[in-house]
Ligand binder design. Structure first.
Ligand SMILES: [Fe+2]
Ligand SMILES: [Fe+2]
Length: 320
């Protein structure tokens, strides 16, 4: 059973436990002596930490590197050191053991929502039951009554890194979007609230296929080749096809919201939002995703620095 978790590790600690391997950088040669080393990132459900493997010989480094390349969960034996205020695990070739774990408990490695998943599913079904447009309701129920689908939907993350990148993250995102949509609707009561709620529930449905959860979030082949927008468009279009006399205009609006929800072509949407609910929804989605993203970044930063720079954002974040 795993005993050491990333969030408890302090500088000076000896580490000897299993961690998931999340990123493996290239092998680098030492500048002033022979031999090589490589940096990598390991993690568990509580966070991630950089590690460095210091090889004595090029062969030793290569053997370890190859072993790590096809492992998911490996034993890390090393010491926690600090460089520029950031902790990392320092691993030496001598004393290193090459050990993979095959019978790990994925719950030790994957972050999970702190909200109750079955409760979130119940709340979602309640929202669907309140929809007054019978066609929208039938469409949403065609998903919510599908137990196989709900199993995947309940666990899906909403992202790999950007926001809600944990088990149950998609559901958490959806409930937040429903709450924001209701607030926007209070100021703009002429918007179609049923359509907005459908947008919240359906827009990222393709993420149930785009991501696969093991010890971390992997992008599936379909996810990489099609992306969640086109996967979601297809999933919803094929459900609508099976509903008799689904109004054509409503079909176009729902599918347009899925396609346009990233707002801009450069953000992956093939079309820009073209009617009020679509424009409002793309902002509602962005509000929740970017707010959650920056909150996660601050929560997960362990350096206690006032400012953190994110290359992914190209921006500074004020953490106080
Ligand atoms: Fe999306
Ligand atoms: Fe979203």
């Amino acid at each position: 059973m795993k005993k050491q978790f990333v969030n408890q590790i302090k500088t000076g600690d000896e580490v000897n436990d299993f961690f998931s391997i999340l990123k493996l950088d290239e092998i680098l040669k030492y500048k002033s002596k022979s031999g090589s080393w490589f940096p990598f990132v390991v993690g568990d459900k509580t966070g991630t930490i950089t590690a460095k493997f210091w090889g004595d010989t090029e062969d030793g480094t290569k053997t370890t590197y190859d072993f790590f390349s096809d492992a998911k969960v490996i034993r890390i034996v090393g010491k926690v050191e600090e460089y520029n205020g950031e902790k990392y695990i320092s691993m030496n070739q001598s004393g290193n053991v090459l050990e993979k774990s095959e019978d790990y408990d994925s719950a030790d490695y994957m972050r999970k929502t702190d909200k109750d998943i079955p409760e979130m599913i119940e709340k979602l079904k309640e929202e669907i039951s309140k929809i007054s447009n019978p066609h929208i309701k039938q469409l949403l129920e065609s998903f919510s009554n599908d137990d196989e689908f709900i199993k995947k939907y309940a666990k899906a993350p909403a992202g790999k890194m950007w926001h809600h990148d944990f088990v149950g993250g998609l559901l958490e995102h959806i409930h937040s979007l429903i709450a924001i949509s209701k607030t926007v609707h209070a100021s703009h009561p002429d918007l179609d609230l049923d359509l907005l709620i459908a947008a919240c529930i359906l827009h990222d449905i393709g993420k149930t296929v785009e991501f696969d959860i093991g010890v971390n979030i992997e992008i599936t082949d379909e996810g990489r080749l099609y992306g969640h927008i086109s996967i979601g468009h297809k999933m919803v279009a094929s459900k609508i096809e099976k509903i008799s006399e689904f109004p054509k205009e409503l079909e176009m609006k729902i599918l347009h919201i899925i396609l346009s929800h990233h707002g801009q072509l450069e953000n992956g949407s093939p079309v820009k939002p073209m009617f009020p609910e679509a424009v409002a929804f793309s902002h509602i989605d962005d509000t929740d995703a970017t707010t959650q993203h920056i909150k996660q970044m601050i929560q997960r930063d362990e350096t206690e620095k006032t400012w953190i720079y994110s290359r992914m954002d190209g921006n500074w974040t004020y953490t106080k």
